[in-house]
Design a binder for this molecule. Sequence first.
Ligand SMILES: C[S@@+](CC[C@H](N)C(=O)[O-])C[C@H]1O[C@@H](n2cnc3c(N)ncnc32)[C@H](O)[C@@H]1O
Length: 392
Amino acid sequence: MRATRGHGAGAGNVAAPAPRAQDVVGAPVLPPAAATRAVTGMRGWLARMRRGLAPPPVQILESALAGLEPTVLRVLCHLDVPDRLASGPIALDTLADELDVDRERLRRVARYAHVHGWLRLDRRRSLRATRVTRFLQRDHPGGWRAWVDLATAQETNAATAALPEALSADGDAFAAGNGQAFFPWMLAHPEAHATFDAAMAAGARMHGLLLARSLEWSSSQRVCDIGGGDGTLLGVLVAVHPHLHGAVLELPEVAARMPPREKVTAVAGDAFQAVPKGHDTYLLVNVLHDWDDRAATVLLQRAAEAAAGDPGDGGPARVVVVDTEARSGPSDDISLRADLLMLALTPGGRERCADEFVALARAAGLRHQRTHRLGSGDLALVLEPDPSSRRR
Ligand SMILES: C[S@@+](CC[C@H](N)C(=O)[O-])C[C@H]1O[C@@H](n2cnc3c(N)ncnc32)[C@H](O)[C@@H]1O
């Protein structure tokens, strides 16, 4: 029988943060949500000021040439420059000779990278690492380098090039550019899928830690992560709260290659068909934004059915939805970019604001308990089965 569940946010019940954030995400602290919000707002304002100070032709040229940014980042990573700077500064000419590339051409790339903060190039033509360089190193715990691979992959470029296709109501830019919708295409291309999983795992490490600290877990025992990728998030969660056991519900191909993790099991299935019962917490992390409202409601319905449980098995479970928080107006932040990425990669996926999630949840028979704003800028909505909707 499942434990009786009370899922208040009581700070006194939050377990000690072990392992340390430094080991999980490569940063000593995760900022509080209010700080993230304030800094994001300030950065957006400064970016508008910066743009506004340029005459329109310069603004157009800067935007038209912005595509060079990910390309240069990819070149740096492919030349392994971040790792070569790991042991200390290195003379640009020495690096050029080691890489067997032209010194002056490398200097031009390094100058561009310096302006973007990806490394530092000083007057004596010496290169050194910045905070960002360290996050791009292969062995950085955060794993964000995978996003450079994903964002600059051929299939992503093909999807973004086909973005006009996504503007019709049922358009799918990824399918138009690659011949198949995103998830089926990924399943047919295991190498690309591994890159996708690695990029997802970077966010999952951070979300695992944030959820471990923001939600109350002392009355939980069994957690199911619906569409939980390679199990990274649950791995972090059970490491911080060792009394928990986790199950990752994933597509059979993804479940089959999930790396073994202590106290985390892989469950092969289709979340649109059924979600396994018997858990006290169901997570949907960065999953709903892959789908249009109709499909997202079906996923929430399946989660609600599982969370309602069977009579006598310990009461309803909670459903926790984590996704980027969209702003109602335009705002120069990650959610704006993520929303466009969803437009390019998915058939109808989008970022949503808190009210939109609550409306979807209601349509799926879930009632909203509370919303946590996470230091990552994401929302964590805690939902529970609505008994009145089951009677309807
Ligand atoms: C955007 S990823 C998010 C992964 C993970 N939750 C995270 O935040 O890192 C969406 C995940 O949903 C999984 N998925 C897609 N369709 C699914 C389905 N029908 N049933 C179960 N999982 C599915 C994908 O394989 C993928 O791992």
